[in-house]
Write a protein that binds this ligand. Structure first.
Ligand code: CP
Length: 311
C-alpha cells in the first residue's frame, strides 16, 4: 500500500479484513517490521481512539511514534502564492518536507470547516500533505472521510455476522452541534464494497453527498428501515445540502432499545448518551461499540503493515 487516504487505497479488501483479524489474534507477529521506522501523527483536531489505537498499532509493529498537536506548532499556510504577512508563519511546502525527514509515515487528522463546502471537499489539508510530503500519508479523519474507522467497522461486522449477507442500516441521529459527514461517508463507501444489504435512514433533506450514496436505498421512515436489521450504525451528521447547518434535532430519531430490537448497535464514539442513543442500548448486550473501538488498533495495524511492506 502506498498511502491510506481513502478506502480505494486498499487493493484487496476481503484479504485485508482477514489479515486484520489474524493480527488481532497475534498482534506482535510482525514486531520487527517497523524497527527503526517512525510514525508522525499530526492532529489539527481532538481525538481519543484514533490517537491511542494508531499509536498502539505502530508500537505493535515495532515503530517509534511522534505525536504533534498542530495547534502547538506554527500556523500553517496552504494557499499558493500568498503574501504571508498575517497569521500564517510556515507554508505547508516546507512543513511537509521537513516532517518527511523525521518520519517514515505521516498520519494526519484535519476536520472540515463545515462553512465552505467547496474548500472542505477539496481536502486541501490532507491533499497538501500528499502533494508535498515524501512519506506515505494516512488519513486519521479528514474533511470528508474516516477510512480507518470504516475499516474497523468492516472488521467488526465480519467478526460478528452470522449471515452471508447481513442487513446493515445507517441511521441518522440528532445532535446539538454541527458534526462532519466523514464517518457516515466512509461507512457507506465501505459497506458498498462488502457483501451486505445496506439501507440509509435519515430525515428528509439530510441526504449525504449523492456521489457517495449512489444507488444505496434511502428510507425516510426509520422504523421501516430498521425492520430485520442485523447491524444498526447510528451517527449524526450536519446538513450536506444546507452545508454544515443543524436543521433538525428531533429526539424521535434517537436510537432506543425498542427500535433496535435484536440488531447489533454500532457507533464510532464518542457518543452523547440519551441524545444520540438511550442508555439502555449502550449498556445493553447488543452494543458492540467497545469491540468496534478495539478494532481501531487492528485496522491501523494492517494499514501500517501494508505501508511498511511497500517502503
Ligand atoms: N471514532 C474516532 O475517530 O474517535 P476519536 O475522535 O476519539 O479519535
Amino acid at each position: 500500500m502506498k498511502k491510506y487516504t481513502a478506502i480505494k487505497d486498499i487493493s484487496n479488501l476481503s484479504n485485508t479484513i482477514k489479515e486484520a483479524i489474524l493480527l488481532k489474534m497475534n498482534p506482535f507477529e510482525y514486531s520487527n517490521l517497523g524497527q527503526h521506522k517512525t510514525l508522525a501523527m499530526l492532529f489539527f483536531n481532538a481525538s481519543l481512539r484514533t490517537r491511542l489505537s494508531t499509536e498502539k498499532a505502530a508500537k505493535n509493529l515495532g515503530m517509534s511514534v511522534m505525536v504533534l498537536n498542530i495547534n502547538d506548532a506554527w500556523n500553517l499556510e496552504f494557499e499558493d502564492g500568498t503574501i504571508m504577512n498575517a497569521n500564517s508563519s510556515e507554508h505547508i511546502k516546507e512543513a511537509a518536507q521537513v516532517i518527511s525527514q523525521y518520519a517514515d509515515v505521516i498520519a494526519v487528522r484535519a476536520f472540515p470547516s463545515l462553512t465552505n463546502k467547496e474548500k472542505d471537499e477539496s481536502e486541501y489539508v490532507l491533499n497538501s500533505f500528499v502533494k508535498y510530503a515524501t512519506a506515505p500519508i494516512i488519513n486519521m479523519e479528514s474533511a470528508t472521510a474516516h477510512p480507518l474507522q470504516a475499516l474497523a467497522d468492516a472488521i467488526t461486522i465480519s467478526e460478528l455476522t452470522q449471515k452471508a449477507k447481513p442487513k446493515v442500516v445507517l441511521s441518522w441521529a440528532p445532535h446539538p452541534r454541527a458534526l462532519p459527514q466523514a464517518v457516515a461517508n466512509s461507512f457507506v463507501e465501505m459497506m458498498q464494497n462488502l457483501d451486505v444489504e445496506l439501507t440509509i435512514t435519515h430525515p428528509e433533506g439530510y441526504e449525504l453527498n449523492p456521489k457517495i450514496t449512489k444507488n444505496t436505498p434511502i428510507n425516510y421512515n426509520q422504523k421501516e428501515a430498521l425492520q430485520n436489521a442485523d447491524f444498526v450504525y447510528v451517527k449524526n451528521w450536519s446538513n450536506y445540502k444546507d452545508y454544515g447547518k443543524v436543521l433538525n434535532q428531533d429526539a424521535n430519531w434517537m436510537m432506543t432499545q425498542d427500535k433496535l430490537g435484536n440488531a447489533k448497535f454500532m457507533h464510532c464514539l464518542p457518543v452523547r448518551r440519551n441524545v444520540v442513543v438511550e442508555d439502555a442500548v449502550l449498556d445493553g448486550k447488543n452494543s458492540i461499540v467497545i469491540q468496534q473501538a478495539n478494532n481501531r488498533t487492528y485496522a491501523a495495524q494492517i494499514v501500517l503493515k501494508q505501508i511498511l511492506e511497500n517502503l
